[in-house]
Ligand binder design. Structure first.
Ligand code: CKX
Length: 597
């Protein structure tokens, strides 16, 4: 339990959450002089910039788009004279930041995809305008998550060299809130659901910073009280529960109160879904019923706003996913804004929630180099202790933030790292051990493996409760006219996994082809829409051959922006939808298949 992480902001009879989204002042600090020149007191020569948004695509010049280094945001913020403690909460600042209030540093945070929370009570003047400054930084290194490097050009300009295949978008990319909470307050809560006969049990624990009594009330959708319990720890029993089902969700509201006799001290209203998740042999069970996963690996990515949070985009993405009959997505390759999970809870989508552990391979083109079977060492380097420290931190913050969402059914602790050395085994054992200690719901833990993590070589598959494979037979391996060979190779690999007798479900968390929404060709050629369809159909043949294959998440839901290079045509085009969220032909193939799967 971290008071640091806090609950998603809400306004109720005891709490106030005031959005600070809008225009902020902004300035790049390429020489990192802001600290010395006291920009935390005043930001000269700033420009106006929207929050939330990535800054890169707001500009029209190359330098600003690819800017890598320190940057500053600032805002005059009126802090009303409300009672209680005052917090500032940033949904994320990518990749790290220090927050200053009236010139004083309040908190520093590492990691660009999880909230930054600061208790600013002792720093603000209530009833007055306060000066808030944020020094951000978007440099990548080999102990940051995700991993990468900084490249210095001949003229001294520094740009990001990601070891991963998505644009290094940065800035204040999620919403900012000023939050007022009572002195004695609810810090956090855990819920663990079990089902028996016609009953559901919610074992709960509420964390507060005081000694007053806690009352917990569960209400149904019509706001009828279903049951109540008293105490910081206890159990709620629900007769004839409405279960949270996949693509047929039912959410109860959970009211948590701190009370001193009749006096209400604090309140928090959460939504919970009554469902269980279990791996049983080769099956994934939700409420003890097998589920086959259908859906996508995604990105938070859109034109102009980059990775900035945007409600209409989330809505459109869910509508498109529902239209294809999908039931699941992976938050590749980092935890998304919290609102994504709230939508998924409402819509009955399952989420594989992924920590930003991507790029853990000594290659900027890992998808190509590793695909050729080269050893891409990583975990024997001196930066590893620092990397591990960060990795554990991100796992802790992700699980703390997302542990109560019914949609989150599994945590993915890596994407495509090097996994063929004993070093990688030692490293990931520690990550899995920590994650298992932290999740009150004991969800399945996994990670996504690329092709080099073959059955004979991989040293990490045994850490996973179910296997997630990223495979591109017919794209990176034997594409185009060689597709029959690709399918033979695919079967060969699956038979080798089968021979290991792991008795766990296998899910394809990536498979796909780059496809230009403008290209049509008969017979198909790589990059055409016809080839994308053919590739999918041929991959489905393989999936349908083995009963231990229990899911297919296509790479990717939509085209997305990457670093420039000869492998990418203005971004990765493996989308089933284009970047504007209009369907390629493949979307109809999936819709048809998933209607009866
Ligand atoms: N997997 C062979 C990670 C994703 C990339 C995807 C791709 C690779 C494939 C690895 O982040 O976008 O190359 O399309």
């Amino acid at each position: 339990m971290f008071d640091q992480m806090s609950l998603y902001p809400e306004t109720n009879s005891r709490r106030i959450a005031l959005t600070q989204d809008g225009m902020w002042n902004f300035r790049f600090d390429p020489e990192s002089i802001g600290e010395e020149q006291k920009w935390m007191n005043h930001l000269d020569s700033s420009i106006s910039i929207p929050v939330p948004a990535s800054f890169a695509d707001l500009f029209t010049d190359q330098y600003s788009k690819n800017y890598c280094g320190d940057f500053w945001y600032e805002k005059d913020m009126f802090v009303p004279n409300f009672e209680g403690r005052v917090q500032l909460r940033f949904g994320s600042v990518t990749h790290r930041c220090t927050v200053y209030v009236n010139g004083k540093a309040v908190v520093s945070h590492e990691g660009g995809f999880l909230p930054v929370l600061c208790d600013v009570t002792d720093y603000v003047n209530k009833g007055e305008t306060n000066y808030i400054a944020v020094r951000g930084n978007n440099e990548l290194n080999e102990s940051s998550l995700p991993c990468g490097a900084v490249k210095t050009l001949n003229d001294g300009t520094r740009i990001a060299a990601p070891y991963f295949d998505f644009f290094n978008y940065a800035g204040i990319q999620r919403s900012v809130y000023l939050v007022f909470i009572p002195e004695e307050h609810i810090q956090d809560y855990n819920t663990v659901i079990s089902l028996e006969n016609d009953k559901a049990y919610v074992d709960y624990e509420v964390f507060t910073n005081g000694n007053n009594d806690v009352v917990v009330t569960l209400c149904d959708k019509e706001n009828n009280v279903v049951c109540k319990a008293q105490g910081k720890k206890g159990q709620l029993q629900v007769e004839k529960p409405h279960l949270w089902k996949v693509r047929n969700a039912y959410l109860y509201s959970l009211k948590i109160e701190i009370k001193d006799g009749e006096k209400l001290i604090d309140e928090y209203n959460a939504k919970i879904g009554l469902r269980t998740v279990k791996i049983d042999g080769t099956k994934i069970l939700v409420n003890n019923e097998p589920v086959y996963l259908k859906g996508f690996g995604k990105h938070e990515d859109f034109d102009i706003i980059g990775r900035g949070f945007n409600y209409p985009l989330v809505k459109r993405d869910f509508e498109c996913m529902k239209w294809t009959n999908a039931n699941c997505f992976r938050t590749s390759h980092y935890p998304y804004a919290e609102e994504w999970y709230q939508f998924a809870d409402e819509e009955g989508f399952l989420i594989i929630d992924e920590v930003p552990a991507v790029g853990m391979m000594r290659s900027t083109h890992n998808f190509a180099v590793a695909g050729m079977g080269q050893y891409t060492y990583f975990f024997e380097t001196p930066t590893v202790p620092e990397l591990l420290k960060n990795h554990l931190l991100q796992v802790e913050e992700m699980i703390e933030r997302d542990k109560n969402h019914p949609s989150v059914f599994a945590f993915s602790l890596f994407n495509e790292p090097e996994t063929t050395s004993t070093y990688s085994h030692d490293y990931f054992s520690k990550v899995f051990e920590r994650a298992r200690q932290l999740d009150p719901q004991h969800r399945p833990m996994t990670g996504a493996f690329e092709k080099n993590s073959a059955p004979e070589k991989c040293q990490c598959y045994m850490l996973c409760d179910f296997m997630c494979l990223n495979r591109y037979y017919g794209w990176y391996i034997s594409g185009g006219p060689d597709i029959n060979d690709a399918i033979d190779k695919f079967h060969d690999e699956m038979k080798r996994w089968q021979a290991k007798g792991l008795n766990v479900p296998f899910v394809f968390t990536e498979f796909g082809t780059d496809t230009l929404a403008t290209e049509h060709k008969l017979p198909s050629v790589m990059w055409s829409q016809e080839y994308q369809n053919e590739y999918l159909e041929r991959n489905f043949e393989v999936f349908d051959t083995y009963d231990f294959i229990q899911g297919e998440l296509v790479w990717n839901f939509a085209d997305f922006q990457t670093t420039e290079g000869i492998f990418r045509v203005n971004g990765n085009k493996k989308g089933v939808f284009n970047r504007e969220r209009q369907p390629k032909d493949a979307a109809f193939v999936l819709k048809k298949r998933w209607a009866d799967k």
